[in-house]
Each structure stands twice: as structure tokens, then as C-alpha cells.
Write a protein that binds this ligand. Structure first.
Ligand SMILES: [Zn+2]
Length: 81
């Protein structure tokens, strides 16, 4: 099994949450999530935001949302050659 890179995982999160990703994508996605605490946190944050979408304003995002997002984006940037 070829595991996805963090950058791929991040790009697939919305498909996964929306149920639009195929079985193989989901398996690879969760395979990576199980092994990668950074992407686990990203997924958790993304779900939180989705759950609250429409109910809250940007000011009500989780306290560490920006920190997590910045971290993930930095990691993604590093992997994008
Ligand atoms: Zn990852």
C-alpha cells in the first residue's frame, strides 16, 4: 500500500468529509491518518469547522485553528517540490 503524503491528505479532506472520495482514497487517507498525528489534528479541526459551518462566525473558530492550519500549510509547502 502506498501511503499518501500529507499534502495529498490535506487536499482530500473535504472529499472525505463530504463522502465523495472512493474506497481506495478513503483507505489510504485513513491509513495515513492513523500514522500521522499532524493530519489527525487537521482532520479533527476540519470536522469541527464543518460541524459549526453556518452556525458560527470566523471569530468562533477553535483557538488553535490558525496554528494548526499554519503548521499544516507549512508542511504542505515543504513537500510540494
Ligand atoms: Zn500527514
Amino acid at each position: 500500500m502506498v501511503y499518501l503524503k500529507c499534502s495529498k491528505v490535506v487536499s482530500k479532506v473535504s472529499d472525505i468529509i463530504d463522502g465523495e472520495a472512493g474506497l481506495m482514497t478513503r483507505m489510504r487517507f485513513y491509513g495515513h491518518i492513523m500514522m500521522c498525528s499532524n493530519c489527525r489534528r487537521y482532520l479533527a479541526q476540519f470536522r469541527l469547522v464543518r460541524d459549526y459551518a453556518g452556525k458560527v462566525t470566523q471569530n468562533n473558530l477553535p483557538d488553535d485553528f490558525d496554528r494548526v492550519m499554519n503548521f499544516v500549510l507549512e508542511e504542505v509547502g515543504k513537500e510540494d517540490d
